[in-house]
Write a protein that binds this ligand. Structure first.
Ligand code: ADP
Ligand code: MG
Length: 685
C-alpha cells in the first residue's frame, strides 16, 4: 500500500483548481494525470528573450519580442497551416504561422489592422520571416518585456505556457515533506537540496543541483527496483529444463548459425537447466538473427516436455513471427499456434483447448496470450520480443501465469549503450548478438540537402516504377505533436498527389485499426510508399522495401536513425537510405550523419549516440520508449547512474528487506516513482 504521505501527490489532476473536463485531454496527452506528474513536468528549456524594435535587429533562430501590425490572413489549402501576415515598424513582413485548429484563436488574438506585441522564435519559411506558434501575443508590452527569462514547458494542443505555469504552481503548493532516501554522505558531497526544495527550484531557473538530485532519485528508484526483482527471482522456484536435442536435430535451417547465435543459445540452455528461473535479455541488432535463437530456446522447452509462448508487441509482428517460426520448424513436428485479440469464437476456443491439454507446443501472440482465460498445461518458457515495449512490471505479471515461474527470455533490437542496458535491464543477464549473419549488403546511405527534395521525389518515382517499395519518414520534432502530424499529413498529401493510391500513411494519432490496415496494405505489397512518423521503428519486415527517405535526419538520435534504417536492407536487393538534412547543420549534426554513412554497427552507433547527445538539439531526450526515465536525461544517466547503482547495491546489502529508517524512505521513493512492484516482491518473500 502506498504510504499516506504520498496521497496528495497521487491525487487526480482534476483536483486542482481550474482543471475541468476541457483540460483533461491535453493533460492526459502529456501523461499529466496526477498532481505529481504536473509537479514533475519540468521545463525542457529556458528562453532568454530579446526585445527588438524591428526584424532587422533580430537574428534567425533568436527568441524575440517585438511590436507588429496585423495586415492579412492566409489559409493554406487542405490541412496546411494558417498564416497571419504582420508588418514591423520599418516595413518588413513576418508570417505568424499556426498549425492544426488554431486559426480561430489566432484571428481573435490578432485582429486585422491592430498592433500587437508578439514573442516567439524567429525563423524562415522560404523567402519570408516566420514565427511558428508565437509564445505570447499581447496588446501591450508590459507583461512580456518583464519575462525575458521564461521556462518553456512541453505542451499539447489546448494548453498554453501560462496555463501550465499556473498548474505547476498549484501542484508545488501540495508538496509533502518526505524522508530522505539518499545516503547522507553522498547528499552532502554533492551539495544537493532536499527533495521538497529541489522540485520547486527546478521550475524556477536552470538549477543544476536541483535537477541532478531529482534525476538521481529516479535513477536510484530504478536501480533499487531492478535489484529487488533480481533478488526475488533468484529466490524463486523454477523448473530445470533439460532438452535432449531431438527436436533441434530435426531443425533444418537454410544457414549455419553465427558464433554469436551459438554462444547465446548455449547461455540460454545453461540458464534453463538451473533451478532458478532464467531472466535473460537477448540484445541483437535488427537482422542479427534473434528469431533463430528464440526458436532454439523454445525447442529446448518443448523437448523437456513444456510449452513456450512468444509475446510480440503488435498483431502484425505476431503474425510474422508465426509464419517465420512455422517455416523454420517445419521438420520438427512441433505444433505452433497464433493467438491474438482478433481471434474470436470457435477458432479461439480450439486454441485455448490446445494450450490447456498441451497439444499446442508453442503459442505466438500479442498480450492476449496472457489474458485471464488463457491457461497452459505446462508453460515453461516465455519469450518477449521487443521487451522495451513492455515494462518490467508488465513482465512480472506475465510470468505469474504459471504455477512455477517460467523461464523468461526477453529480446530487443534496440542496441543501447552499456550504461543504459544497466538502467533498463539491470535485473537481467545479457546475451549479445554482436555478429551479423554473413552476406549482408551494406545499405547505401547518403546525406542530401533538403533543398534537393524534388530530385528525391523523382528518385522515389523511379524506384516505385520498378515495382519496389519505399518508406518516407517524417520526424516528430515540434513542441506540439499536432504540428508534426500536420507536417507529415502535408507531405503525405503532396506524395499522394504525385503517386496516387499507392501511398499510405501511418502515425501515432491514427486509431490502431486504421494504422494496422495501412501497415498491412504496405506489408502485402498493395501499397508501395509508406509515409510514416517514427512508429515504424519497431515494425514490419518488408524485404521488397529497399528505399528509405528520412526527413530532417539531423534531428534524430543515431540510435533512432539506425533503427529506422534497419527497416530496409532486409532482402537480397541493394538498399538505399537517403538522409535529408536541413540547411543549418551544427558540428555534432554533421558528425552524426557522417557516422551513419560510415557504419552499420548498432552497438557502436549507440555508444556514439550517447557521447554526442546533450547538445539539446535532438528530439530523442524525452521521447517515450527511449529510456525508462522521465526526469533523468541522457547526460545525467551517464553521469549519475553508476552512483545510483552502487548506492542501491549497498543499501540492499545492508538492509535487503528495506526495514531500516533509510529502507523505509527508499520504499517511499519506490512508490513515488511507481516502481512499487519492487516493494510488492519484497512482501511476497
Ligand atoms: P532479428 O529478429 O534479429 O531482427 P531475424 O531473426 O528476423 O533477425 O533474422 C533476419 C534474417 O536473417 C532472417 O531472414 C533470417 O532467416 C536470417 N538469418 C538468421 N540467422 C542467420 C545466419 N546465421 N546466417 C544467415 N542468415 C541468417
Ligand atoms: Mg525480430
Amino acid at each position: 500500500m502506498r504510504p499516506d504521505l504520498l496521497n496528495p501527490l497521487f491525487a487526480e489532476s482534476s483536483s486542482l483548481k481550474g482543471v475541468g473536463p476541457g483540460l483533461a485531454r491535453p493533460l492526459d496527452k502529456l501523461g499529466l494525470t496526477r498532481v505529481k506528474d504536473i509537479a514533475y513536468h519540468l521545463p525542457d528549456r529556458w528562453v532568454l528573450r530579446r526585445a527588438v524594435a524591428n526584424l532587422d535587429e533580430a537574428g534567425l533562430g533568436e527568441q524575440i519580442v517585438l511590436p507588429l501590425t496585423v495586415r492579412d490572413y492566409r489559409q493554406s489549402a487542405g490541412r496546411g497551416p494558417f498564416r497571419v501576415m504582420a508588418e514591423d515598424a520599418v516595413g518588413n513582413y513576418v508570417a505568424l504561422t499556426y498549425f492544426g485548429r488554431a486559426a480561430y484563436t489566432a484571428k481573435k488574438q490578432l485582429p486585422l489592422g491592430e498592433k500587437r506585441w508578439v514573442a516567439g522564435r524567429l525563423d524562415q519559411f522560404g523567402q519570408t520571416w516566420q514565427i511558428v506558434h508565437p509564445d505570447h501575443v499581447s496588446e501591450d508590452s508590459a507583461g512580456m518585456l518583464g519575462q525575458l527569462n521564461e521556462p518553456v514547458y512541453p505542451l499539447s494542443e489546448g494548453l498554453t505556457q501560462g496555463r501550465v505555469q499556473a498548474l505547476v504552481a498549484q501542484s508545488l503548493a501540495h508538496l509533502p515533506k518526505l524522508p530522505e532516501w539518499i545516503e547522507p554522505g553522498l547528499l552532502a558531497r554533492m551539495d544537493w537540496p532536499a527533495w521538497h526544495h529541489a522540485l520547486p527550484a527546478a521550475h524556477k531557473a536552470a538549477n543544476k543541483l536541483a535537477k541532478d538530485r531529482l534525476a538521481y532519485d529516479e535513477l536510484l528508484a530504478n536501480s533499487l527496483a531492478l535489484m529487488l526483482v533480481r533478488e526475488s527471482n533468484r529466490a524463486k522456484k523454477g523448473t530445470p529444463l533439460h532438452g535432449d536435442g531431438r527436436l533441434r536435430a530435426k531443425l533444418n535451417l537454410p544457414f549455419e548459425l553465427t558464433g554469436a547465435q551459438k554462444r547465446s543459445i548455449a547461455e540460454i540452455e545453461s540458464d534453463m537447466a538451473q533451478g532458478a528461473p532464467m531472466l535473460r535479455l537477448l540484445q541483437g541488432d535488427v537482422g542479427s538473427g534473434k528469431t533463430a535463437v528464440a526458436l532454439n530456446a523454445m525447442l529446448i522447452a518443448v523437448e523437456a516436455g513444456g510449452q513456450a509462448a512468444l509475446l510480440a508487441p503488435t498483431e502484425i509482428l505476431a503474425r510474422q513471427h508465426f509464419e517465420t517460426l512455422n517455416k523454420m520448424a517445419a521438420g520438427t513436428g512441433v505444433t505452433i499456434a497464433l493467438l491474438t485479440g482478433r481471434d474470436k469464437g470457435k477458432a479461439r476456443e480450439s486454441i485455448l483447448m490446445g494450450l490447456l491439454d498441451g497439444s499446442i507446443d508453442i503459442c505466438v501472440g500479442t498480450h492476449a496470450i496472457f489474458q485471464e482465460a488463457v491457461a497452459y498445461r505446462n508453460l515453461a518458457l516465455v519469450v518477449i520480443d521487443e521487451q522495451h515495449r513492455f515494462g518490467v512490471g508488465q513482465r512480472l505479471m506475465l510470468t505469474q501465469k504459471a504455477r512455477r515461474t517460467p523461464h523468461c527470455l526477453a529480446m530487443t533490437a534496440t542496441p543501447i549503450p552499456r550504461t543504459l542496458t544497466l538502467a533498463q535491464y539491470g535485473e537481467m543477464d545479457v546475451s549479445r548478438l554482436d555478429e551479423m549473419p554473413p552476406g549482408r549488403q551494406a545499405i547505401d546511405t547518403r546525406v542530401i540537402s533538403t533543398e534537393r527534395i524534388a530530385d528525391v521525389v523523382e528518385g522515389v518515382a523511379r524506384h516505385i516504377a520498378k515495382g519496389a517499395q519505399a518508406y518516407w519518414v517524417c520526424p516528430m520534432v515540434r513542441e506540439l505533436e499536432t504540428e508534426d502530424i500536420a507536417a507529415a499529413e502535408a507531405r503525405y498529401a503532396a506524395l499522394k498527389e504525385r503517386f496516387g493510391d499507392t501511398v499510405v500513411m501511418v502515425h501515432g494519432q491514427l486509431r490502431p485499426e486504421v494504422k494496422d490496415a495501412g501497415m498491412e496494405r504496405f506489408a502485402r505489397g498493395e501499397a508501395q510508399l509508406l509515409v510514416a512518423t517514427t512508429v515504424i521503428e519497431v515494425g514490419v519486415d518488408v524485404p521488397n522495401a529497399t528505399l528509405m527517405v528520412i526527413e530532417q535526419a539531423e534531428r534524430f538520435g543515431l540510435a533512432q536513425l539506425h533503427q529506422l534504417r534497419g527497416r530496409v536492407g532486409r532482402g537480397s536487393q541493394q538498399s538505399t537510405c537517403l538522409l535529408l538534412r536541413g540547411e543549418a547543420l551544427s558540428e555534432t549534426g554533421r558528425e552524426r550523419l557522417a557516422l551513419m554513412r560510415e557504419t552499420q554497427d548498432g552497438f557502436r552507433l549507440a555508444e556514439e549516440d550517447l557521447r554526442l547527445r546533450g547538445g539539446g538539439e535532438l528530439l530523442g531526450t524525452r521521447q517515450s520508449g527511449d529510456t525508462p526515465f522521465k526526469v533523468a536525461d541522457f547526460e545525467q544517466i551517464a553521469r549519475l547512474l553508476p552512483l545510483a547503482h552502487d548506492d542501491a547495491r549497498l543499501l540492499m546489502e545492508r538492509d535487503g528487506g528495506l526495514s531500516s529508517p533509510r529502507g523505509e524512505a527508499a520504499r517511499v521513493l519506490l512508490y513515488l516513482f511507481e516502481r512499487d512492484w519492487g516493494v510488492q516482491l519484497l512482501r511476497g518473500g
